[in-house]
Design a protein around this ligand. Structure first.
Ligand code: IMP
Length: 429
């Protein structure tokens, strides 16, 4: 029995897809447990590169079974388009190879319209959501008025359920936000079409995965977003509406406590964030362009789902220590080390200064980080290109020292280091 969890240790976009790809080569099941198509994982199949938003990226390995857990919110139109896209690249997707939890929630155009209307109404206080309907779908789930994937199994009542749902949302759109109503009948018709195709994929994934673990199989839980976007433990209210942290894998797949082996946190060698919210180590101007890139390379820091330029900054070890604690990380993967090549001096935030005191940990979690001034430690950079490096011993001494300093600051080992975008540009320690 092996149950490993891969989780983002920052604000998402840490390069989890790379680690999933590596670990999924040995896994039997790869399972998404939270979020929806707000996530974006870049996956390469042969010569083709895809951006997957819902399907676990580990399904690219033909021996795996992909699972979409009950903790997810699923836009069926996006899911079907994604299935078609990767089928086109020769990836076999059928009801034996992909299972969807009956208890996952359905995202509708009503949720998307509400997400947009609410963001607009927030004005300067906007969250910067991906506008994929994620928040409103989780709202409905918590309010016990959501539509679950099990509804696609009853097409005769599904149309009525969708119609009633859209009509209810139309009341909010028109009376609260002055937004135009949606055509409930045509949405219902569209969704009944999706239901017919998706019904064979829907079932009980909890029993499936529990039985698999009992039979000695390997389940890999594939996190989306990141620790600092967690609804409870992130930089509230600038968070997503789900639980992307490692404990979310247990709830979002219906697996009991006490089964987890490795919890792998993925962090960039620096820090990025999309959307609004606090970011103590953020840099601007030329320094930002140096870390972000200009958008000419596929690995430059522009959102996979929205194309927005990401905010960038120095690695924040205070927040990384927090991520180790919240997730119970057993190890870290450090991505994008190559981006730091050529910088004279590197900075790591080791503490926060406030009222003349320096804190190593957050007094009240990461809700409001604005009163804190980062305390930086400076380390020498390196000149030598690391793209071709595959062994720890071949890394420049300054790069080794940078990584070892991170390990000491957060008290977990860095087991993998990525030095470029290709599959094999990885150093295992
Ligand atoms: P929502 O999840 O669309 O509601 O967006 C809430 C916040 O989470 C916004 O700041 C988004 O930019 C951020 N967010 C959501 N999903 C991701 C992701 O996969 N990567 C990075 N940021 C994300």
């Amino acid at each position: 029995m092996t149950f490993n969890i891969i989780v983002g240790a920052q604000w998402g976009d840490e390069g989890k897809g790379r680690v999933v790809d590596l670990l999924a080569s040995e896994a039997d099941y790869v399972a998404r447990y939270s979020g929806g198509d707000n996530a974006g994982h870049t996956v390469t199949v042969g010569e083709q590169t895809f951006k997957l938003h819902l399907i676990p990226s580990g399904v690219i390995h033909p021996h795996t079974i992909g699972v979409l857990g009950n903790g997810m919110v699923i836009n069926p139109a996006v899911l079907l388009a994604e299935m078609e896209q990767i089928r086109g690249a020769g990836v076999n997707i059928n009801p034996q190879r992909m299972r969807i939890s009956y208890a996952a929630h359905v995202i509708t155009p009503g949720h998307i319209a509400l997400d947009k209307a609410r963001e607009m109404a927030r004005g300067a206080g906007k969250i910067g959501t991906t506008q994929r309907g994620i928040g409103p779908a989780y709202n409905d789930k918590a309010a016990r008025s959501g539509i679950r994937m099990e509804s696609v199994l009853s097409p005769e009542t599904f149309a009525d359920e969708i119609m009633a749902h859209i009509e209810k949302i139309n009341q909010q759109l028109t009376s609260l936000y002055g937004a135009p109503p949606l055509d409930a009948q045509s949405v219902a018709q569209e969704y009944v079409g999706y239901a017919r195709i998706l019904a064979p994929y829907v079932g009980d994934i909890t029993t499936l995965l529990s039985t698999a673990l009992k039979n000695g199989k390997y389940v890999l839980a594939e996190g989306a977003q990141g620790t600092l976007l967690d609804l409870d433990h992130g930089t509230y209210p600038f968070v997503t509406s789900s639980t992307p942290t490692a404990p979310g894998a247990l709830v979002g797949l219906g697996l009991g406590v006490g089964r987890t082996n490795r919890v792998v946190g993925v962090t960039k060698a620096f820090q990025t964030r999309v959307g609004e919210g606090p970011f103590p180590t953020e840099v601007f101007g030329e320094a930002a362009t140096r870390l972000r890139g200009t958008g000419t390379n596929p690995w430059d820091e522009f959102g996979t789902t929205t194309g927005r330029p990401r905010r960038v900054g120095w690695l924040d070890a205070v927040l990384l220590r927090y991520a180790v604690q919240i997730n119970g990380l057993t190890e870290l993967t450090l991505t994008k080390l190559d981006i730091l090549t050529g910088l004279n001096t590197l900075r790591i935030c080791t503490g926060y200064k406030t009222d003349g005191k320096t804190l190593e940990n957050l007094p009240l979690g990461p809700k409001d980080l604005t009163p804190f001034e980062p305390v930086y430690e400076e380390l020498p950079g390196w000149e030598k290109d690391v793209w071709e490096v595959r062994k720890w011993a071949d890394l420049p001494a300054q790069a080794q020292a940078y990584i070892q300093r991170i390990e000491t600051l957060v008290d977990v080992p860095v087991s993998l280091v990525s030095v470029g975008p290709e599959r094999d540009q990885i150093i295992r320690r």
